[in-house]
Design a protein around this ligand. Structure first.
Ligand code: FNR
Length: 381
C-alpha cells in the first residue's frame, strides 16, 4: 500500500528516509567529501538530449539486452553494496530474489551481510556476480574466490577505486558504526523508527559475512581490509584462480581501460563508486563515448553512478554501455518496503525504459545507438 504512491526512484527515496534511522539513510544516500561527483553525474544525465524518430511502429517493444554474453530482461544490473541487512533485515536475500524475478543480474558485495552460498541458494538459476575487494590478507581473498567459484557465481567484479576508503562526511558526523550501536542518540531515533529497530534487534545479528567478526566504524573496517598495494600484476594472480568472467569496476580513464583490455578482462565498469571515493573524479557518462571509441571493440563497457530513471538507462545504452549498474535506487526501495520495494525500483526502471523507447521510436534495445542520444555539453565547455 505504501508503494502505491511510489512512481519514481525519488519517491522511493522519500519513503526510505521516513523508514530508516538517519545514520542508515545517510550511509546510503551520502557520498565522499563535498559530494560534488554525484551531483555532476546527475547533471550529466540531465544534459542528455534525445533524438526521437516518429512514425515508427512501437506497438511492441523489446527491452532485453545482451550483457556479458547472455540475455537479460533489461540492460540493468544491481550494483554491489555493503551491509545490505542494515537497510532492511532481509538484506541481500531480498535483493537477490527481486533481481532473479526481474531477470537481471545482481552483484553481491564482498562487504555483504549474508553468506555468498545463501545468496546463491535463494535464486539458484539467476545470474549472480560476486564483487571482490582484494584484501591485505591474500589467503582470505583466495578462499573467498574459491567459494564464489564453487557456489556458481558467473563473474567476478574486482573493484579497483578503493585503495583506501573515501571520506564520507555524513557517516563521520553521524558516528556510524557497523552494526549500529545503541547510544543515547540512537535510542531517541529508535522511538521514531520502531519497525526498523525491532527487526534489527530481533533477527539474526548483523554481521559481515566474509569476515568472522568485526565491530567498529566503516572507516576502521576499510583501513583494515583494503589493500593500497594492488596493481595490474594482481590481475594475473586473479586470472589463475578465477575460472569465470572477469569484470573490473571503478575504471576512470581511457589509459586504464586500455591496460585492462591488454590484460584480457571481459568487461569494465566506468564508475566513480557513486561519488563515494574520490570526489571530483571524472563523470562516467562523459567518459563513456571516448572509452567506447578506444576499447569498445575489445571489451564490454558498463557504467554506473547517478542512474535514477529508465531514460538515464536508455541514454547509457545509446552511448555505448552494454548495461548500467544502480546502487542507491534499489537500496531506497529496500529501505522503503523490503523485497517488494526492490521489485518496485526495478519495475520503475522497466516502465520508464519502455516508455522512453516508444517515444524515441525505437522497438528494441538492440536498435539503440548514438543517433538516439547525445550530451548537450562536451568536456571542457
Ligand atoms: C556502494 N558501492 C560499492 N561498490 C563496491 O564495489 N563494493 C561495495 O561494497 C560497495 N558498497 C556500497 C554501499 C552503498 C551503500 C552504496 C550506495 C554504494 C558502490 C556501488 O557498487 C555503485 O558503484 C554505486 O552505488 C553507483 O552509484 P549509484 O547508482 O548509487 O548512484
Amino acid at each position: 500500500r505504501r508503494l502505491a504512491h511510489a512512481h519514481t526512484i525519488e519517491d522511493l527515496r522519500t519513503l526510505a528516509r521516513r523508514r530508516t534511522p538517519r545514520s542508515v539513510f545517510d550511509y546510503v544516500d551520502g557520498a565522499a567529501e563535498q559530494e560534488i561527483s554525484i551531483g555532476r553525474a546527475r547533471r550529466a544525465f540531465e544534459d542528455i538530449e534525445f533524438h526521437p524518430r516518429v512514425l515508427r511502429d512501437v506497438s511492441r517493444v523489446d527491452a532485453s539486452a545482451d550483457v556479458l554474453g547472455a540475455r537479460t530482461a533489461l540492460p540493468l544490473v544491481l550494483a554491489p553494496t555493503g551491509f545490505t541487512r542494515m537497510m532492511h533485515h532481509e538484506g541481500e536475500i531480498a535483493v537477490a530474489r527481486a533481481a532473479a524475478r526481474a531477470g537481471i543480474p545482481y552483484a553481491l558485495s564482498t562487504m555483504g551481510t549474508t553468506d555468498l552460498e545463501s545468496v546463491r541458494a535463494c535464486a539458484p538459476t539467476a545470474r549472480q556476480w560476486f564483487q571482490l575487494y582484494l584484501w591485505k590478507d591474500r589467503e582470505a581473498s583466495e578462499a573467498l574466490i574459491e567459494r564464489a567459484a564453487k557456489a556458481g557465481y558467473e563473474a567476478l567484479v574486482l573493484t579497483v577505486d578503493t585503495p583506501v576508503g573515501g571520506a564520507r562526511m555524513r557517516d563521520i558526523r553521524n558516528g556510524l558504526t557497523i552494526p549500529p550501536t545503541l547510544t543515547l542518540r540512537t535510542l531517541a531515533g529508535m522511538a521514531m523508527r520502531p519497525a526498523w529497530w525491532l527487526n534489527i534487534l530481533t533477527t539474526e545479528p548483523l554481521r559481515f559475512a566474509s569476515l568472522s567478526s568485526f565491530d567498529g566504524t566503516v572507516a576502521e573496517l576499510a583501513g583494515r581490509m583494503f589493500d593500497p598495494s594492488v596493481t595490474v600484476e594482481d590481475l594475473r594472480w586473479l586470472r589463475e584462480r578465477w575460472p569465470g568472467k572477469l569484470v573490473v569496476k571503478g575504471v576512470q580513464s581511457i589509459e586504464d581501460a586500455r591496460t585492462l583490455v591488454d590484460h584480457g578482462v571481459e568487461a569494465i565498469v566506468l564508475s566513480n563508486h557513486g561519488g563515494r571515493q574520490l570526489d571530483r573524479a571524472p563523470t562516467p557518462l562523459e567518459l563513456l563515448p571516448r572509452v567506447v571509441d578506444a576499447v569498445g571493440h575489445d571489451c564490454e563497457i558498463l557504467i554506473d553512478t547517478g542512474v535514477r530513471t529508465g531514460a538515464d538507462l536508455l541514454a547509457a545504452r545509446a552511448l555505448g554501455a552494454s548495461a548500467a549498474m544502480v546502487g542507491r535506487p534499489y537500496l531506497y526501495g529496500l529501505m522503503a518496503a523490503g523485497e517488494q520495494g526492490v521489485d518496485r525500483a526495478i519495475e520503475i526502471f522497466g516502465t520508464e525504459y519502455a516508455r522512453t523507447m516508444r517515444l524515441l521510436g525505437v522497438a528494441s534495445t538492440d536498435e539503440l545507438s548514438a543517433q538516439h542520444a547525445s550530451l548537450r555539453r562536451t568536456m571542457g565547455e
